[in-house]
Write a protein that binds this ligand. Structure first.
Ligand code: CP3
Length: 353
């Protein structure tokens, strides 16, 4: 298995000097691409697509050729983990993800499938990665493969609320009223994630990203206890076995936490969200981590707004210890042409072309 052709992206994640700062976009394989919509229609629905390694590999590779990013991110979803823990995931059109039996009691947690058994059920993900490894190596064009997981906290929000939420009231009720139960859920999910990510690495991914998309729901003084420390545990486990595999941590909306300086962890890259000024992130974290990010994704609606932001980020980062990305996922109604413009502007300012 040759990983030589992925070196630039991996080196950039590890903080080594590279000829240019690479670029990719969170949620780059998805609904803004007509080619994605076609394959999803063939699969019947989104979950079928996740379960079909050939089709999942195909949509993973689409943004490489269409928008020209330097890395592919595995096509799957963070919620396949609770699904395989026995929670029966559904994606409802126009509504989003739904679990019909959310976790309420300790007995609900005890019923969840844990550890090895749950991680073994995610075989379709490992098969997708194996296919992608072969296809990427055959291309020989310097594109890395990013694998991912949701953070235990972000997964727990869906497992407890049963769906997306604006208020997180059920999770927070548990956090303050019965923290032991929340910790029991987080610990059980963490065990599955460790094995799942280990198997993703063994199957051929080059880099790991952990999405803590709903980090901002936790008050800063509680963030370490209910989210960060579990991600540190995952990173310590993976780094003890695979020290060469970079880990990108993306906690969204944690400026206040960054300012408190509570950011130790065995991660290589810190994903900066769009609400955090890059200059502040650089000052607080730039020595410890390579920084990824952080254009506000809605700037993609305007080419001028995109260029201005890319140039501004370049001015702060200077192409050093930096990976270009958005500060959260691309939205489905962004014109493909504008996504291409973002990528090519990042490549222009960082000297790739
Ligand atoms: O391109 C990529 O980034 C790879 C694939 C990917 C998907 N989801 C595909 C997807 C990744 C990395 C994710 C992660 C994910 N999933 C997160 C964390 C990232 C983030 O944006 O903060 C979260 C919170 C989810 C949960 C999820 N999945 C929701 C809330 C939804 C519905 C709303 C939405 O954003 O569409 C999904 C569905 C989903 N996951 C789609 C895709 C392409 C859309 C499904 C469709 O085709 O209709």
């Amino acid at each position: 298995m040759s990983k030589e052709n992925t070196k630039i992206f991996v080196d950039a994640c590890l903080g080594k000097e590279t000829p240019y700062a690479p670029v990719w976009m969170m949620r780059q394989a998805g609904r803004y691409l007509p080619e994605y919509m076609k394959v999803r229609a063939e699969a019947g629905n989104f979950l079928n697509l996740c379960h079909d390694p050939k089709k999942a590999a195909e949509v993973t590779l689409q943004p490489l050729d269409i928008v020209g990013v330097d890395a592919a991110i595995l096509f799957s979803d963070i919620l396949v983990i609770p699904d395989e823990m026995g929670m029966d995931l559904e994606f409802i059109k126009g509504f989003g993800p739904k679990f019909n039996d959310p976790i309420v009691t300790e007995a609900d947690v005890d019923r969840l499938i844990g550890g090895k058994e749950a991680s073994r059920k995610l075989t379709y993900v490992y098969e997708t990665i194996e296919l992608l490894r072969e296809q990427l190596d055959a291309r020989g064009d310097n594109k890395a493969l990013i694998g991912f997981t949701g953070a235990p906290w972000t997964l727990a929000t869906y497992m407890i609320e049963g769906q997306g939420t604006k208020t997180y009231n059920l999770c927070k009720k548990m956090m303050y009223e019965n923290p032991e139960l929340l910790h029991k859920i987080l610990a059980k999910v963490t065990e599955v994630i460790k094995l799942y990510m280990e198997k993703q690495i063994k199957s051929g991914i080059d880099v790991v990203q952990i999405f803590d998309s709903w980090a901002a729901a936790i008050e800063p003084s509680k963030y370490n206890e209910f989210s960060w420390k579990y991600m540190v545990e995952i990173a310590d486990y993976l780094k003890s076995k695979y020290p060469e595999t970079p880990i990108i941590m993306f906690p969204k909306g944690v400026s206040a936490f960054i300012e408190r300086g509570l950011v130790y962890g065995n991660f290589d890259v810190f994903g900066v969200d769009w609400g955090t000024p890059m200059a502040m992130a650089k000052e607080k974290l730039g020595e410890r981590y390579v920084l990824q990010g952080n254009m506000e994704p809605c700037r993609l609606y305007s080419k001028e707004a995109t260029t201005a932001c890319v140039e501004g980020i370049q001015e702060v980062m200077g192409g050093k210890r930096h990976i270009f990305n958005l500060g959260h996922g691309i939205l489905p109604d962004v014109p493909v042409e504008n996504a291409k413009h973002f990528v090519s502007e990042c490549q222009r300012v960082s000297g790739k072309k």
